[in-house]
Each structure stands twice: as C-alpha cells, then as structure tokens.
Design a binder for this molecule. Sequence first.
Ligand code: PEP
Ligand code: MG
Length: 531
Amino acid sequence: MLLRGTPVSPGLARGPLVLLDDGIDGASRARGTTAQETVKLREAIARARDELGVLLASKAQNGAAEDILAFQIEMLGDEELTRPAFAGIEAGAQAEHAWRASMETEILGYHEAEDLYFRARASDLRDLRDRVLRHLAGTAAAKVTAGSIVVADDLPPSRFLEIEWGGGGAVLFQGSPNSHVAMLARSRGVPMIVGAERADLRGHEHGILDCGNGVLIASPGVEEAANFAARRNADERMRAEEVHHLAQAAVTASGERVQVLINVADGLELDRIDPAHCDGIGLVRTELLLRTLDELLDEEMQYAAYRRIMLWAGGRPVTIRTLDAGGDKPIPGYTVDGEHNPFLGVRGVRLSLRHPHVLTAQLRALARAAALGPLKIMVPMITTPREFDQVRRLLEAAIAVLRAAGTACAPPELGMMVEVPAAALAIDLFEADFFSIGSNDLIQYVTACSRDSGSLATLQDPLQPAVLRLIHEVVKHGAGSGTPVSLCGDMASDVRCIPSLLGTGLRSLSVAPAALGRVKGAIARYRESAA
Ligand code: PEP
Ligand code: MG
C-alpha cells in the first residue's frame, strides 16, 4: 500500500510501523455488559498504575518528575476520583466514555483554579485520562522503538521530543511544513511527511518512508526494498559531501566569513553535535525544554538546563529565548485555551508579561547561567518597544535581587526576535542589544497564512519580495546602528534561500543542526556578485 503526503523533512527510513492513538476513544467497539465494562475499567486503571510505578522507579533522576508520578499514582488509587466513572458505567455508558466524561469534569475543576500550582495538576490528570484510555484501547503497548516509522494524526512537539528516533521517521495525516513539529523533524534529521492520505494501516507491520518522493510504502515488496537500498546509497554519498563542509568555518566564495549558529530545542540533542561544527547557539526554544507549569516555576531545574548548554558551548555565544508558549506550542494550564486564532493570540512575551513571576524565575536562572559565559537573552513576539522595555526592567530587577543575595550572576545582553511585522517595520524604535529575525512567524504574519495550514503552504514562499524587503530593512538598520542582526527562522536552513539572505547583507544565520553541513556548503558556493 502506498500513501502520498507532503515531505517536510528530507531523508529515507525503513522500519516497523507504529500507529499512535489508534482507537483511543473506543468508538469502534460494542459495549459489553455492565459487569464486563466495570472489570475492563478496573483492569485498565490497575495497569496504568503499575506502569506509573515502573516509571517512578526508573525516574529517580528528577525531583519534579518524581512528584508528578507520585501524585498520579495516588490519584489513580483514590476512589473519589474513580467513583464517578464506575457510576457512569452503571448508568449504561461504555468504559471509555464513562472514564473520559468523569475525568473531563475533574480536569475542568483543576484547570479553572486560580493558583498556577493547581492548574499544573490539570495536565497531570489529562495524562492520566489518556494513559487509562490507552490501556482500555489496548494500544498502550504501542511503544516506539528506535528506527520505527511513527504514523499519527498529529504529534505535539513535546511528544516528538520524547521519542528516541534513531533512524526512524514520521507520517502525519495532518500537519504543515511550517508547524513546530515539522521544524523539529528537520532540526533532528528525522524524515517526515505531513498531510498524508488517510488509510487503515492496521495489519501492516513494516514500511519504507521516502521523503524524496513524499510517500510511505506499507508492507513493501522485493522490488521496492531493492530500490530503497539504491536510494539510501545515493543519500549517503550526498551526506559525505555535507560532512566535508561540516568541519570547516563558513566562508563565501568571495572570502567573507559568515557566522553559522544552531537552533536548539530541549538541549538533549547537543550530545550528538560537535560544538566545533558551529559558531555557537543562535536560539534555544525554551518552551520545548520547559513543558509543564512546574518546570516554568522551577528556577533550579532551569539553571541546571542552561548551565548544561553553556558548558557544551565552551565559550561560544549562546542565545536563549524566553518562553514562546502559545500558538502551536501550548503548555497545559499556562497558555490560554479556546482562542479563535492562537497564532494571533496571547503567545510569547504577551503571555510572559501576564505572569511576571514566571518570567522572573526564568530571567533569574538565565542571569545566573550568564556568569558561566557569553549568554544572551532573546525575547519572542515583541510588537511594541514598551513590551521590550518591560522585560528589560524585570531583568534588571531580577539581577539586583540576585546581587543583593550574593548569588553569582552577570547581566546578559538582551535582544529581541523580529517576527511581528509591526516590529520589523518600525525597527528603529527598539533599543535592543541585538535582533534575530524569526522568518517562520514573519512569513505567516506578512502573508496572512497560518503556519500550520498545509493547504496555504505555497503562498508562504520565503523568497517573495515582501519578506525579503523586510529582512533587508532590518539588516540595513542593524548595520547603520551597529546592532548585530541574525536570522534564526527555518529560512536559514533552506539552501535555496542562502543566496538571497546573504544578498540582504546578513552574515549571521542560526540553523537546524541537521542542516549545518549543507548550509555551509551553500555559503561556500555564494559569490557577492551573484546576489
Ligand atoms: C520564527 O518564528 O522564525 C522562530 C525562529 O521562532 P518559532 O519558529 O519558534 O516561532
Ligand atoms: Mg517565532
């Protein structure tokens, strides 16, 4: 069976097919007797509890994770929590529906709590709800082993990051080239197609994912397997050329040095990257590192994570972005639910300024990590100078408190993302220490095309004049005012865009780690006069 989709991250993969979220709502089965449904739910809860117990035993490394697991185990053993679901079964509901309905009520109670700590518990309950549902559906065993081809409706970025891909790939029925999960796939070198044709893949155990042609072949035949082997050889030859550039500094054919930094998600990917292959880190997306409310409030955990990144960089510059939650990166209990258009809603700095104590915890951890080396802080989704000034004041206040307490810290440079057209068009009004152009959002806002829309992907051409003119204006302002300008959107990782970007005068790019070799190759082929 062959399914077509839109390739969003290049590469080839061959491995077991793992179908995620298959039948989790129980819609496809008939209800048993009340006694059978009761037993089914009781067993699913017991299995979920056992599973959490195993996780707790193996997660001794992180206090926050331990607390969450312990809370979840306790909740599953609490009859107050489970009683309404069993009552629902008595009243005639199927186990899945009874469990879901009773948990929704419980989650709502926590979710509407004023206190952020209680709101954080809502996401733990959501996880419990789904864990038990997966056991009810019998899909809990759908473990993703390294090298698998994951097939899912969609994958939240947090789920993507939990998976050990190891040569595997992903096929999504929804999704778009500009979504964060697609971006992460490119960043990690995980082949992915999105918007794939829907098909029932149950019973197909293996597959070949060919992102060059945008297809998934389920249960491939002999000829298809041979074809795959030949393609993989060609792919490896291309990679060998990239490896050659990887170890070199990026220099254009006319001899100009270009700074090439990398974009980082949760920092775990750094173990697989040689720091000597880049000029530092141009963007750490902390909303992919801090995924729960507990972590947002945990200064020590954040400091440890930033410290680890600083040590990896070994003196190279590191730009860490304050939280850009919202849009397609929700943090349950923290981001605003039910917005009509989350990309135009309360995300990035807009959300951070509504919760100054959460932002302050992050600024404190960052100022402390700045004592370890050249750390810069970057603020996302800035629209007005006032927002930027508010963050600067919070940072100054945080540093003053740290110093008064004798805590080691240093004042980091404070810069901003240029990704909202209002900021790009009035760039001269912002007193930032540096600018970094976020082409992903800039393109979506300039073209009025939501970045998660697969069907509008062709309108979001990064090379259209409107976007390039804005980039050019920001670069010109940076040169005139002596403010460094970089670009950290995905455009910098797209080799087709390199000549145009260098043509605007940009000499600093932050790219997906998997694109380092090919971007450096494209820079080496660029000649000034060719722009
Ligand atoms: C961007 O918008 O280009 C960017 C780098 O930020 P993100 O993709 O995380 O929104
Ligand atoms: Mg952005």
